[in-house]
Design a protein around this ligand. Sequence first.
Ligand code: SF4
Length: 419
Amino acid sequence: MSCYRAETSTLESGTTDGRDHNPLALMQPRAPAKTPVDLRNGARVKAHNIAPHGVYMPNYNVLTPHMRSPEYVQMSTAAAITLGIMKGRMYRCSCTRCLNLLLTYPEGCRANCAYCGLARHREAERDYADRNFIRVDWPAVPMAQVIDIVARDGAASPFHRMCISMITHPRSDEDTVTVLKQWTARIDPSAIPVSILSNPTTMAREDVKRLRDLGADIFTVALDAATPEIFDRTRGKGVQSPHSWKKYWEILSDARDIFGPQKFGAHIIVGMGATEHDVLALVQELVDLGGHSHMFCFFPEKGSLMDHLPATPRDQWRRVQLGRYLIDYRGARVERMKFDGEGRVTDFGVPAAELEEVIDAGVAFRTSGCPGKFADDISACDRPYGDSPPSNIASFPFPPNKRDIRKIRRQLRIVERKD
Ligand code: SF4
């Protein structure tokens, strides 16, 4: 088996203090500030009640128009550039393969997740449509315009998948159904399949079934935290937020029953205090249930309750990326891996030759998510620079080249075998 452990150094871990992982004690969110009553629930936007006109580019220097789903949705900057409604270029990639859509309301998301730029505690500082999310701005676009453009492009569309991201809002369930119906009425879901990034807190089993019956392809739960303790600390009572670990697993198991094998999964954020063993044990549990895990490298999102904390050191991230890929796509098992006292991987439990081949192939270090048309292990949801700056890429939104692989090997401390 491929035993590996070497001294860390600051150079590649990207940390200034030589840490090669984010320990639990360090990753404590700050407490949310109280929002003045007159600024709660989108009061500012509703008071001014400015009618929206076409595409709205986030700009907190102007009064935000009164936009609501299902008429309006927000989308990632990468999707807006790819759809042609926004000018711009992305470092080393020409487009994104996933049209990530986000429900939008002046009241915004009523949850308060510590690492998220959309969280409720930001009401006083930013209107919902002006908040950054996974490191970028999210323009607001009439849903009818989105569908017109994609329908017009037909088979030439660059998108391999569309995803509807729900939020914690009383209208979220109903409007997700409406957006899905509007999409499938004009766009063949077998040509561009639809994923649902769900909000279990407001959902029940019949909601999951309804989305499947309406043509949704994959159902994902953004568990994000790898342990119940970190979940509560970052998404539950710890930050005055309504989510519960129990409810998230309840809906995840409903999705397993209703969507079936390979058609459900969970998002996991690495570097919020869980050990590599915690994360890979969760990945194994999801694989054993027949699902997939979609990984995010923790990044201190501006304005979030964790924006004062360090991003995930790259060596921790690379070890988890590699371990997750081996479990999710190469039949490796966490029980056959070895971990040190800090829960760091010291042996991936696969033959050295296989480990070399997987590292050199580079797919393990690409963004993980719902698949596109290239291969089952290549995510359409490539989220360009959603969890890191281009200067220190965490999830590659394109195939890493030889130079990238050399850097990844340095981060992993695995030198290339010559034999
Ligand atoms: S991986 Fe991407 S496409 Fe899949 S549910 Fe998550 S955000 Fe949506």
